[in-house]
Design a protein around this ligand. Structure first.
Ligand code: ARG
Length: 581
């Protein structure tokens, strides 16, 4: 069922493929037919205009020549020159029905595979002994969707959770751990009181010179590889990652312990990174620090901005570890594409790291590094989301509340569900709503965290899409038909609402490809919302169960294809699609 598909299932793309040789023969070289959706017809070919212009010919004449080629015979029921030289297309019922049947036969809905790439995705990346905040929620949810999208495209995906597990604060954190007693600390951290732990350590550090002294010695011991210190550090990291895992499992993301690739992992390679920068002649001294000046970066006064590789005090820092990390991802893991799902405030840091890596030759031609930036989560007051007490919001609390609120809604909507199923649906809807709210707006923008809106069964929300899916599944239950028994060949599209729905479904692989290549899950969200609305239009106009064969079989197959498209789309966003709600 999942053989690779060699021709596009998207009718617009298929037309572009069919017209490419025609354009090439007119142009004498390859030329893009540019096929777009249109209000007047099913699609419009726009490429005749630029082609005619380039050849100094009359555009309508070129359009006529394209039509006369016969390349679209059988594909279209009407082909007309429109306006200054567009070609309006109406697809034939048979052509669309055939494509829909092909999509229905294909496990991945007709997505064509391209050359698989090795994609490293850096996401989530919370900090040890610190609370995960909503920024980490965004990184986790967006990164996970991108991981799923690339897997679906057939890429080799390497997830890396670049946790903050190294640096000067660890001296103080370890000393605080010893003061509290490991088991007491473990109990607190196990409850998820990470912020409390960090704050207490900080207070002690600012109040006690003796504690400061111990902390400094401890950092030296940690960096020197002292075994007892290393064991304490490992304990501290383990307590935090255990807590992160509870959040991940609640969220239902792919991340697990195998994906941990924290800052500490790159410590052993840092000296080599500096040596290589030195050998390449890139390292300069500035105020006693070792730095690189990537061209094009300046500070507020217009002076060249350095990327600090080794501080005056001799310590390596964040940039050094990120550079070492680039080397590892490219040279050891063989990355073709690296995605850094990190908040917008780290833009300059990452841009400079990428620039220096390019200068040093660590990002060769054909290897891309992309900062997948995202905006803030705001409260209803449009300020940074905070809890009522003014603290930053704890992620787990947020997720628990989502599940609880969804549970109440589900109980109201469908009182017949038994307790287990209601709990499972509540989880799917609650977590789905939080994820979808995050994914459905353009990631670079801020969004307002609004319970009522994200949990609404109307509008561009997870519950709306999940409900649309469950409703289609209920048609099959009522009919007593097993969806896996429907015959894709039965699909015969005639009614406008059927064609409308099929056009949406068939655009899905292109939308998925676009959402993937632009790291924009919101495009898939918008598409699924349009699709669910097209289904509503279809269901209003076209009876499914109360109609005779062969129309009934055709419509059931179309229903099943819609449901599968919705559940596949939601799955790519990391959202479950329950069978009933
Ligand atoms: N731990 C960092 C933070 O919480 C994010 C790390 C992002 N990844 C990276 N390679 N720098 O802000």
């Amino acid at each position: 069922m999942s053989e690779p598909i060699s021709r596009s299932i998207d009718p617009l793309q298929r037309v572009a493929e069919l017209l490419a040789p025609v354009f090439a023969s007119i142009a004498g070289e390859s030329a893009d037919p540019v096929v777009r959706p249109s209000d007047r017809a099913d699609a419009q070919v726009n490429g005749a205009l630029p082609l005619a212009k380039a050849l100094g010919r009359n555009p309508r004449e070129v359009a006529e020549e394209i039509i006369a080629s016969g390349a679209l015979d059988g594909v279209c029921s009407s082909v007309e020159v429109a306006g200054p030289g567009f070609v309006n297309l109406v697809f034939s019922d048979d052509f669309l029905s055939g494509l829909a049947a092909d999509a229905a036969r294909h496990e991945r809905l007709g997505l064509a595979t391209s050359d698989p790439r090795t994609v490293v995705i850096d996401y989530s990346a919370p900090n040890v002994a610190k609370e995960m905040h909503v920024g980490h929620l965004r990184s986790t949810v967006i990164g996970d969707a991108l991981a799923r999208l690339h897997l679906f495209a057939g890429d080799k995906v390497i997830r890396e959770n670049h946790i903050g597990d190294w640096g000067r604060p660890f001296g103080m954190l370890i000393e605080h751990l010893l003061d509290l007693g490991e088991d007491v600390a473990a109990a607190g951290l196990g409850q998820g009181d990470l912020d409390g732990f960090y704050k207490q350590a900080n207070v002690k550090f600012s109040e006690s010179e003796e504690f400061q002294e111990r902390s400094r010695e401890r950092v030296v011991a940690l960096q020197g590889g002292d075994p007892d210190t290393a064991a304490l550090w490992r304990r501290l990291v383990a307590m935090s990652t255990e807590y992160f895992n509870t959040v991940y499992s609640k969220l239902g993301v792919l991340l697990n312990d195998d994906d941990l690739a924290g800052e500490s992992m790159y410590q052993p390679g840092m000296q080599a990174t500096i040596d290589r920068l030195g050998a390449a002649g890139l390292l300069e001294e500035s105020d006693g620090a070792s730095v690189v000046f990537p061209p094009g970066f300046t500070n507020r006064d217009g002076e060249p901005l350095p990327l600090i590789i080794r501080a005056r005090t001799g310590g390596f820092n964040y940039a050094t570890s990120d550079l070492t990390c680039v080397i590892d991802r490219v040279e050891r893991l063989g990355a073709d594409l690296m995605l850094y799902v990190v908040g917008a405030p780290q833009q300059q840091h990452l841009d400079m790291v990428f620039a220096v890596a390019r200068m040093a030759g660590w990002l060769p031609e054909g290897v891309d590094a992309v900062h997948v930036a995202f905006g803030n989560v705001l409260g209803e007051d449009r300020k940074m989301l905070r809890s009522r007490s003014g603290d930053s919001v704890k992620l787990v609390d947020l997720l628990d509340e989502a599940i609880e609120r969804a549970g109440a809604l589900v109980a109201e909507k469908n009182p017949d569900l038994d307790d287990d199923e209601r709990a499972a649906v509540a989880r799917a809807v609650g977590i789905g709503a939080v994820k979808y709210a995050d994914l459905s707006t353009d990631r670079v923008r801020d969004y307002v965290f609004d319970w009522d809106r994200m949990l609404s069964f109307d509008g561009n929300t997870a519950p709306y899409l999940q409900y649309a899916h469950a409703r289609i599944r209920s048609i099959f239950r009522r009919a007593g038909v097993d969806p896996s028994s429907v015959d894709p060949s039965a699909i015969s599209l005639v009614e406008p609402a059927e064609r409308e729905l099929a056009l949406r479904i068939l655009a899905t692989p292109s939308v998925i490809a676009e959402a993937t290549s632009s790291q924009s899950p919101h495009r898939l969200c918008t598409h699924l919302f349009d699709l669910a609305q097209a289904f509503t239009g279809f269901y209003e106009h076209c009876p499914v169960l109360k109609v005779d064969e062969p129309v009934r079989g055709s419509r059931l197959a179309l229903c099943d294809l819609t449901a599968r498209t919705l559940s596949t789309g939601l799955d790519l966003l990391g959202i479950e699609a329950p069978e009933r709600m």
